[in-house]
Design a protein around this ligand. Structure first.
Ligand code: URA
Length: 207
């Protein structure tokens, strides 16, 4: 599995804001939005382009566009804070939705929503979820996408635990990970350490 760590001073600064427990919900959402822009930008580096012949005010010019815009799939709740910025970066993208809650007693994923196009043949998919912890929600989402015939899947995450990266790797699924940081590991409650806490609560308040 290809793992791409977005190692940039601006990404590190936004992530520091997100990690800081004194950051309020509004500043957390703003930092997540900024960081999403950087993650999506990096995730699309090297993406195929298609020619667009245009005229500048001075001459003809062979321009380009993204050949194959990715389907954006935020994993609710926490991925919601990434989708607006990702969509602003690639306005021609379509958007699907997957909802997975976390059972706080077992840390197991509890799926409650899937809204995806039937046939994802040939369509790259960007799964947006800030936290790759155990990998349970991400693997559930990837299984759904594969059931819809996706073969080109990128997990766009803010922080990953080595356990989650290993779970994705072990799945053997066709997935690439773009992430700002890989942290130390999970605590007993399956939270990422040092992490940033509950990414849903930090954006939207506690449930
Ligand atoms: N989900 C979160 O929001 N935070 C974690 O640390 C782990 C899973």
């Amino acid at each position: 599995m290809k793992v791409q760590i977005v190692d940039h001073p601006l990404a590190a600064a936004r992530l520091t804001t997100m990690r800081d427990k004194t950051t309020d919900n509004a500043r957390f959402r703003a930092a997540l939005s900024d960081l999403t822009q950087m993650l999506v930008y990096e995730a699309l580096a090297g993406a195929p382009t298609a020619p667009v012949p245009i005229e500048t005010p001075l001459s003809a010019f062979d321009g380009t566009r993204l050949a194959n815009p990715p389907l954006l799939v935020p994993v609710l709740r926490a991925g919601l804070g990434m989708v607006e910025q990702a969509h602003a970066m690639v306005p021609e993208s379509h958007v699907g939705f997957v909802g997975v809650a976390r059972d706080e007693d077992t840390a197991q994923p509890v799926p409650y929503l899937a809204s995806l196009p039937d046939d994802l043949t040939g369509i790259p998919v960007f799964v947006l979820d800030p936290m790759l912890a155990t990998g349970g929600s991400m693997l559930h989402t990837i299984d759904l996408l594969i059931a819809h015939k996706a073969t080109d899947i990128t997990a766009v995450c803010v922080v990953a635990a080595p356990e989650g990266v290993a779970a994705l790797e072990a799945s053997g699924h066709p997935v690439r990970l773009v992430v700002a940081a890989i942290d130390e590991g999970l605590n007993d409650a399956a939270y990422i350490v040092p992490g940033l806490g509950d990414a849903g609560d930090r954006q939207f308040g506690p449930r």
